[in-house]
Design a protein around this ligand. Structure first.
Ligand code: FEO
Length: 394
């Protein structure tokens, strides 16, 4: 296995995980992923930037062997999550002289998560610089990209930002660079939606913070390196902005066709009003695509049949996830059918109550929808279109 050069004495030594299909036992990975680790070699010292998932330590070691690395001065732990820190115990065992560098909060998390010996850790300060001998690392605290302890590391001489999860994409490839590949950017949006969106306002501050640095390469810990950094920076600026599109996201389940008929009718009614609809049949949908659609929509309509006395569990699960991702929603409603009663509306409204959205009057019917129910759906479509227009969403 080879190390791949990305700059003068700077190397990619990561691992590509072609077969992984699930992250956090939750997030679908249709394109696999990678765990990027980098080695920076100065005249006097060297530093490994992040490690790889514990399942792939042998790949990292093989790439370090390719470079003939027998001594390691520092391991920069930008982030304590195990897909990047998981090989630290093996790295510390193999290189007993190596010190871990990270935020003070990272130290506590690594001690808690990996039982790392705290004497092996040297906390750094925000803005601190470390000269390796012609290679100057600067540590820039960037909380919540993705956990509270995260930082990014800037290599001054080569203008490389080692950005940890920030600007990452779950995308397995042999390509070292993204080269503005639209598939990488789609994976990056999915990644932002699933990982970063809940911290949108903090991400915005972190974007401001790195704005002052001149960056030639953004080297994240997942997916290809961004060799056109302006493009991915601008995308993130757009995603974290308050701008939304004239769309409705409509996740739903239908058991016997009644809720389906309502979803179909509402879709047509919205389209006639000039509002686009992104539908997700939760029985077959990829939750990552739902998350992506939520990045820039103002309105969520949930289609939920009643099972026994409550909302369909698959709908509850998806709406719970949507709420946890804290998208920039402004309006929400619920449509669906029930057989003999139940608390579907109350349950779903309860799940989305943390989102501070205006709930537009739900349309919930007994059995198959009748003419008056379709009229109610028409009214809901008109109300959504009017709310969008009133808020300048066109
Ligand atoms: Fe890729 Fe938050 O770890």
């Amino acid at each position: 296995m080879i190390a791949r050069r990305i700059g003068e004495n700077v190397f990619w030594v990561g691992a590509v995980d072609w077969d992984r299909r699930l992250f956090d036992a939750l997030i679908p990975l249709p394109d696999g992923t990678s765990y990027n680790s980098y080695l920076v070699v100065g005249r006097e010292k060297n530093a490994l930037i992040d490690t790889v998932d514990p399942s792939m330590c042998s790949v990292l070691f093989a790439r370090l062997d390719d470079l003939g690395v027998t001594h390691l001065d520092y391991v920069v732990a930008n982030h304590a999550e195990q897909d990047h820190s998981g090989c630290l115990p093996q790295i510390l065992a193999r290189f007993p002289e190596a010190k871990i560098l990270g935020t003070p909060r990272c130290k506590k998390m690594l001690v808690d998560l990996l039982q790392v010996d705290e004497d092996r850790f040297r906390p750094v300060e925000d803005g601190e610089r470390l000269d390796l001998g012609g290679k100057t690392l600067e540590f820039i605290f960037a909380p919540w990209v993705h956990w509270p302890e995260t930082m990014v590391t800037y290599l001054h001489e080569d203008k490389i930002l080692f950005s940890c999860d920030f600007f990452g994409s779950h995308f397995a490839t042999t390509d070292l660079y993204s080269n503005e590949n639209p598939r990488v950017y789609e994976a990056a949006k999915r990644y932002y939606a699933e990982i970063m969106m809940p911290f949108r306002s903090l991400i915005r501050k972190n974007l401001d913070k790195i704005e002052e640095y001149s960056i030639d390469l953004i080297a994240p810990t997942h997916g290809p390196i961004h060799n056109k950094p302006r493009s991915i920076l601008e995308m993130h600026r757009d995603w974290v902005s308050d701008a939304v599109k004239n769309t409705v996201v409509l996740p739903y389940v239908s058991m016997h066709g009644s809720t389906q008929a309502m979803v179909d009718y509402l879709t047509e009614a919205l389209v006639k009003k000039g509002v686009s609809v992104e539908r997700f049949n939760l029985a077959t949908s990829d939750l990552g695509k739902l998350a992506m659609a939520l990045v820039d929509t103002p309105t969520l309509v949930v289609g939920a049949p009643t099972v026994l006395a409550g909302a369909h569990p698959q709908v509850v699960s998806a709406v719970f996830l949507a709420s946890a991702l804290r998208p920039k929603l402004r309006f929400a409603s619920i449509i669906g059918s029930y057989g003999w009663g139940g608390k579907t509306v109350e349950q779903i409204a309860g799940v989305i109550s943390s989102l501070k959205v205006e709930i537009l009057e739900p349309v919930v019917v007994q059995g198959y929808p009748r003419d008056e129910n379709f009229e109610s759906l028409q009214r809901l479509a008109s109300e959504i279109a009017a709310r969008h227009a009133d808020n300048g969403i066109v």
